[in-house]
Design a protein around this ligand. Structure first.
Ligand SMILES: [Zn+2]
Length: 173
C-alpha cells in the first residue's frame, strides 16, 4: 500500500502496518539545508525532493525507516565559484530509538523519535546535508582559466564549507 506523504509519523503504528509512502517535499521547506546552499537559484525555482520510504523491522526486531530520495541542488563550483547543478540520489536506512548498545554494535545509525513520532522532513534534511558533496567541481577542469594547474583537487580547502562543519557534528554525536 502506498500513501501520501505527511510530515510526522507515529512510527510504531507504521511499522506494524508496514507503511510505505512516496511523494515530494519542497526544498524551501528544509530551512537548515537552504541556508547552506547558494541563495540565488535554489530559492527561486520551486525545487522538489522526491522521497520514498517504508517502515520495517530489522532482523533484531528493531523498528527502521528505509528509503530513497532524489533531487538536484545547485551548488557552487569550488574552482570557478559559478553555479553547478548536482543531481543527488541517496538511499537511507535508519533504526528508530535503538539502544546505545545496539548502535555501537551496528553499522546502521539510529534516529530518535519525539514522543513516538518521527519527522520525515528532518530525516530527509539530515540525509541531504550528509549526502551533499563537500567539494563540488565542474567536470570541465578548465572552467576557471585562472585556476593554477598545479593545484590538485585534494587541496581544495573544505574546512570553511558549511556542509563540512555539519557533517563533522553529525558523526561525533
Ligand atoms: Zn567550475
Amino acid at each position: 500500500m502506498r500513501d501520501k506523504l505527511r510530515r510526522r509519523y507515529q512510527f510504531q503504528k507504521e511499522v506494524t502496518r508496514n507503511g510505505y509512502f512516496e511523494d515530494d517535499i519542497a526544498l524551501s521547506d528544509l530551512v537548515r539545508l537552504g541556508e547552506l546552499l547558494p541563495p540565488e537559484s535554489n530559492n527561486e525555482d520551486e525545487r522538489r525532493i522526491v522521497v520514498k520510504f517504508e517502515f520495517v523491522r530489522n532482523e533484531y526486531d528493531i523498528p527502521m525507516i528505509t528509503g530513497q530520495l532524489e533531487t538536484s541542488l545547485e551548488l557552487e563550483c569550488q574552482r570557478c565559484l559559478k553555479p553547478l547543478e548536482m543531481p543527488l540520489q541517496l538511499d537511507f536506512r535508519l533504526m528508530i530509538d535503538a539502544d546505545d548498545e545496539v548502535v555501537r554494535d551496528s553499522s546502521v545509525d539510529t534516529i530518535y523519535s519525539e514522543n513516538g513520532y518521527i519527522d520525515i522532513f528532518e530525516v530527509v534534511e539530515d540525509e541531504l546535508i550528509l549526502g551533499t558533496p563537500l567539494v563540488a567541481l565542474h567536470e570541465d577542469t578548465g572552467c576557471n582559466e585562472h585556476w593554477r594547474a598545479t593545484t590538485s583537487e585534494s587541496e581544495v580547502d573544505a574546512k570553511d564549507n558549511p556542509f563540512a562543519v555539519l557533517q563533522q557534528l553529525k558523526t561525533t554525536d
